[in-house]
Design a protein around this ligand. Structure first.
Ligand SMILES: [Zn+2]
Length: 147
């Protein structure tokens, strides 16, 4: 395995970490075309679980308990399992870079132990959080908002 960087996606600002992550509500419109949404849901479902958390994440839109694991395709992205709920239930629109990968089809299964080893031991795999933190959803385009 050569040196690779995976982009972390799908973490949202919440009561405990208000400023760190993007606000999910900025990603709720414009909605994705149905075929893109289906491709994204299929892609997110096809990731390999490689990490489990101690507690549940809570949906930032409707408040349900939403997922305790993190998935990856081993190639492009790392995401929490609850991200699928945002796309399915709230029509959340992910950035075009994610759409482009999802349109290529489901992720191939990867060996979760190899992923863990590459991240923690050999450091051949790094996870980039900065890209996701700088996403702004629809807030980033269109007329500027003033407080
Ligand atoms: Zn929800």
């Amino acid at each position: 395995m050569s040196q690779k960087t995976l982009r972390l996606i799908g973490y949202w600002a919440g009561p405990s970490e208000p400023e760190v992550w993007p606000d999910a509500r900025d990603f709720l419109s414009p909605a994705m075309p149905a075929e893109d949404r289906d491709a994204v849901v299929t892609y997110l479902h096809s990731g390999t679980v490689y990490l489990a958390f101690a507690g549940y994440s809570v949906c930032r839109v409707c408040g349900i308990l939403n997922g305790t694991t993190e998935l990856t395709d081993g190639e492009h992205f790392v995401w929490p399992s609850g991200l699928t709920h945002y796309v399915k239930a709230h029509d959340l629109r992910l950035p075009d870079e994610v759409l482009a990968v999802a349109r290529r089809g489901p992720a191939h299964p990867v060996d979760p132990f190899a992923i863990e080893r590459a991240m923690l031991e050999t450091r051949e795999l790094t996870v980039d959080e900065h890209w996701w933190r700088s996403r702004t959803g629809s807030r980033g385009s269109g007329p500027e908002r003033h407080p």
